[in-house]
Design a protein around this ligand. Structure first.
Ligand code: GTP
Ligand code: MG
Length: 197
């Protein structure tokens, strides 16, 4: 399902121009620079499918990728990007929230947290929004290659305690690294399962 045929097919800058709601969608959400685009590349085994960059604010629209005509992966712009102009930030935020709240074909949100960084208010706001919209979300810790195993385990516990308060959160947290491939097969299997439905 993965390396074979995953291709970009649509980019949306506003909520009025989304592609037709046809297939189940899996959205990759998280703060700017958390590693959303890199994770899509790691999952599909395609280095330059989604554009990744060390510069935060790289992804500027909702990018839709077709995976074997079964499921759609959606690379979202990051939130919490301090340097963007206020008007631009509000535009993205509104589009992102409207998409998360209203998209009928959205079957799961993968909400990415950087394993090295504390949760921020913006992360909690997104979890609250997903709870209210009853959109199931799964936490994915990214950049796990940059922590020692002991630190990583305490981080996982800390996040687990936090998401216990959120009704729409899956209890299972996926630990990943787009650099080393940690957790990638597991996520692929979960996405493949959603594609079967
Ligand atoms: P925006 O589009 O700006 O919201 O960012 P994004 O969430 O798509 O992040 P992106 O994939 O562009 O990656 C941001 C930076 O993190 C890049 O410099 C990546 O190389 C780095 N990065 C991503 N994944 C990993 C990882 O698993 N490990 C490490 N060490 N670095 C990573
Ligand atoms: Mg990106």
């Amino acid at each position: 399902l993965f390396a074979a045929d995953c291709q970009f097919f649509f980019g949306s800058q506003t909520i009025d121009q989304l592609p037709p709601a046809e297939r189940p969608e899996i959205a990759f959400a998280g703060r700017s620079n958390v590693g959303k685009s890199s994770l899509i590349n790691a999952l599909t085994g395609r280095n330059r499918l989604a554009r990744a960059s060390s510069e935060p604010g790289r992804t500027k629209q909702l990018n839709f990728f077709d995976l074997g005509e079964r499921v759609t992966l959606v690379d979202m712009p990051g939130y919490g990007f301090a340097k963007a102009a206020k008007a631009v930030k509000e535009d993205w935020q509104n589009t992102m929230f409207a998409y998360l709240r209203g998209r009928t074909t959205l079957s799961r949100v993968l909400l990415l947290f950087d394993a090295r960084i504390e949760l921020k208010k913006s992360d909690r706001d997104v979890m609250d929004l997903l709870d209210r919209a009853a959109v199931l979300f799964q936490i994915v810790l990214t950049k796990c290659d940059s922590l020692k195993p002991g630190k990583l385990e305490s981080k996982r516990r800390e996040v687990a305690a936090e998401i216990g308060k959120h009704a729409a959160a899956y209890p299972h947290i996926v630990l990943t690294s787009s650099e080393t491939g940690m957790g990638i097969d597991l996520l692929r299997a979960e996405i493949a399962r959603l594609a079967e439905k």
